[in-house]
Write a protein that binds this ligand. Structure first.
Ligand SMILES: Nc1ncnc2c1ncn2[C@@H]1O[C@H](COP(=O)(O)OP(=O)(O)O)[C@@H](O)[C@H]1O
Ligand SMILES: [Mg+2]
Length: 468
């Protein structure tokens, strides 16, 4: 973090100072185990644990100060009424004290993490850039990320997620963006929001937060996103495959591994991009990165080069493993909603186009509310339409996929239903053939990402032993 004295943190948060006025120069953390010398430990009270219980551990690990609702020891502490509000205020204080910092906010139903990783890969060679670890995009993740800003940081890439109206607005007050990117409006978290309109209103909070000298980057291929152009005071750059997008992709080609290459065309030039990320859906993410980075002064040639070398940076997103037995496993089971399911199935189909057998191991998409059954059935139908050779449907809540696939003409043999992840593991063991392309996809809590890790570890150890 930028160095702040305890008394400054007190002033920023409106808290009460206990202990002497130390200088906080280290990391700001909410997990006591991550404390180091000079740290500020933020003691949150969660569902399962009270962070104040871990203050001694935090101190032992080097924390010089604590932010909490009560004094636990006689060490330097800022006592506040509400730790969340104080943490948000502290993060905002860091942004306000960083005059050379530009904040780029990214939201959308799918692709936020992939896009922030791509944008960070483009900006890092230009200047010091802070971007979230993994998918830190909540009222805790955003302040944690903001507090990693140092006096020499120039770019802050902030992923902003929401599961209710007002959430994006809240996050933009913590880290007011100069550039706001809206990728798409889909059906992620539909259960919590209630309607797609409510999701659209929430995502539009990103562009409503922009000042007239900012920039809104909007997806021209998503009509709901494009309509947000009327909701912002900032100039708008549209991106997409559409011919009238300001920044667009032409000459799109997709290789046998499902990786897209294209020419990006902008008002001031064009560049070739050859993505290493799997799936055509990353074209839109990459175009948003082009628009944001151009606005920040990065040359189109440098952007194209950085996009073409960027590897998947966060785990379990179309993560490809070439197994020693000749099969390829794609672990995309970090999360799932109808749109990212469709993107993954299309990528799988593309990978099978050279004659390889395609196997989709699919689990539940959570948080879809009343639409859950219909959306699972639609996934089954899409798998058949994409020509996926074998469907393995995992868990009782995902059975709509089987129903949908059979209704769309899948044979019983091509559609297997298993009760849980262990049964899926056994099936993948007995049924795998050399050359198979296997996709694993489900919501996070359905656990398929660990199934993927287990299969990879298992095959690799068998082969290592065999080689000895
Ligand atoms: N633009 C997109 N449209 C549809 N699916 C996408 C898009 N970008 C990424 N995905 C897929 O969505 C899933 C989540 O991607 P991620 O980048 O983690 O998004 P988020 O952070 O918004 O959850 C992955 O399976 C990924 O392949
Ligand atoms: Mg994310």
């Amino acid at each position: 973090m930028i160095p702040l004295r305890l008394s400054e943190i007190v002033a920023i948060t409106g808290g009460e100072q206990h202990g002497h006025d130390v200088l906080v120069e280290g990391a700001v953390v909410t997990d006591s185990r991550e404390c180091g010398p000079g740290s500020l430990y933020v003691a949150r009270v969660g569902e399962h644990a009270d962070g104040h219980d871990f203050v001694p551990g935090a101190r032992a690990a080097g924390a010089v100060a604590v932010l909490g609702t009560r004094v636990v020891d006689d060490g330097p502490t800022v006592v506040v009424a509400d730790v969340q509000e104080a943490f948000a205020a502290l993060a905002r204080g860091v942004v306000d004290r960083s005059p050379d910092l530009t904040v780029i906010g990214i939201t959308g139903s799918s692709g936020k993490t992939s896009t922030k990783d791509l944008l960070a890969a483009v900006l890092r060679p230009v200047a010091e850039t802070v971007a979230p670890v993994g998918s830190y995009n909540s009222e805790v993740g955003v302040p944690l990320t903001v507090c990693r800003v140092t006096p020499t940081t120039r770019f802050l890439v902030a992923e902003m997620g929401a599961d209710g109206e007002g959430h994006i607005a809240y996050l933009t007050r913590i880290a007011p963006p100069q550039i706001g990117v809206v990728l798409n409006v889909g059906r992620a978290h539909l259960g919590e929001f209630g309607s797609v309109e409510a999701i659209a209103r929430t995502k539009s909070e990103m562009v409503q937060a922009l000042a007239p000298d900012g920039l809104a980057v909007l997806n021209a291929d998503d009509p709901t996103v494009l309509a947000m152009r009327d909701k912002t005071l900032a100039p708008v750059v549209t991106v997409g495959r559409s011919a009238d997008a300001d920044v667009r992709a032409t000459d799109v080609q997709v290789d046998d591994l499902g990786r897209a290459s294209f020419v990006v065309v902008t008002p001031d030039g064009r560049a070739e991009v050859r993505l290493r990320l799997l799936g055509e859906h990353h074209i839109g993410n990459a175009l948003s990165v082009v628009a944001a980075a151009r606005h920040l002064g990065v040359s189109l040639a440098d952007i194209g080069a950085a996009l073409s070398t960027a590897e998947a940076a966060s785990r379990w997103r179309m993560e490809m493993h070439d197994l020693p037995d000749g099969a390829t496993l794609v672990n995309d089971a970090y999360n799932a909603n109808p749109d990212s399911m469709a993107a993954a199935l299309r990528a799988l189909a593309r990978m099978g186009a050279g004659g390889r057998r395609t196997v989709a191991v699919l689990g539940t998409m959570r948080e879809l509310g009343d639409d859950a059954e219909a959306e699972h059935q639609a996934v089954g139908a899409l798998a058949v339409e994409c020509g996926i050779d074998r469907l393995v449907v995992v868990g009782p809540d995902a059975q709509g996929i089987v129903t949908g696939a059979r209704a769309a003409g899948a044979t019983d043999a091509a559609t297997v239903s298993v009760p849980d992840v262990d049964a899926a593991y056994d099936l993948l063991r007995s049924d795998r053939r050399s050359g198979d392309v296997i996709l694993l996809k489900s919501s996070r809590d359905s656990g398929l990402r660990f199934l993927g890790d287990r299969v990879v570890a298992d095959v690799e150890s068998t082969h290592t032993e065999g080689a000895r």
